[in-house]
Write a new protein. Sequence first.
Length: 320
Amino acid sequence: MIGKILGTGSCVPAQSWDNNKLSEMVDTNDEWIRERTGIVTRHVAQSGESTAALAAGAARAALENAGLGAEALDLIIVATVSPENLVPCTACQVQEALGAGAATCFDLNGACTGFLLAMNTAQAYLAQGIYRTALIVGAECLSNLTDWKDRSTCILFGDGAGAAVLQAQPKGRYAQVTHSEGDRGAVLTCASRNRREFGETGGPETFLRMDGGEVFKFAVSRVPRVIAELLEKEAVALEEIDYFVLHQANARIVAAVAKRLGGDPERFPLNIAEYGNTSSASIPILLDELNRAGKLRRGMKLILAGFGGGLSYGASLIVW
Ligand code: ACO
């Protein structure tokens, strides 16, 4: 059995901050941010807009797009690094919001590769016949983890959620390759506020910190490599791929990956200008935009590719 995507959805906070707003907060400017990252605006959650609420919003849209009710779900996985609560998990909060009483629910932390890892996990359950219908969500309120005084990181991140509903079907195709390099984890970190040594308010370690240059080099070397590995494993030619749906961390990273692979840049869609880097939410938000714009037709081959904290990365081949 293969999990076929029946529907997609997304949900972002109402409020959007442009680069000029950030230039009032830190020493930066619109031109620098656009040129170095491709980001123009990012959605930022306000009070009442939680990771769980965004996840539930994306889930409702995906169920509606799939033409299914919440009672059909028997598995809910939420990929997130920015849950409001460690217990209960965000997936259980989504279950409650949807009324998906039959589902088994858990969260997964795979940073910016999280949505792909949720998809792989759901596919494994569906392939084994353990569950039939799965909801997978990537949801983040990175604004909670952002140091709004650090110009090297605060310009990058945004909040939002994307979701997909998968159902087991006898025919279809899904393949994936993933890797992790835990020995390089120090280049991208965010410590838990639970650590006793940080005291009650947390320390600077509890914000997202990164060596931007190292993350950049990691992404532009590993992403083309893992995509090539997947294509070779599946005996699929680069030219057969209709869209490469890459994690949106930086427009220059996506352009560099397209160039290294020798792929047509038009097949590497971008939406980072509006959303910034939404970590595990970026791939499903982009997938949902392509779906709703009518750009995906049955039989099309897509590569999804994620990379980030861990460090982890991976690519999946889906046939729409
Ligand atoms: N505004 C203006 N100037 C800035 C800013 C800013 N916001 N930030 C840094 N600068 C300055 C630096 O101080 C430096 O000045 P100097 O030359 O006088 O020292 C100069 O701009 C260049 O800085 P770099 O860090 O070399 O700029 P770079 O071109 O590498 O771009 C960036 C930085 C955008 C962070 C890039 O390295 C990047 O995108 N890296 C990957 C980030 C990423 O993907 N992270 C993963 C996120 S984690 C996750 O997805 C959850």
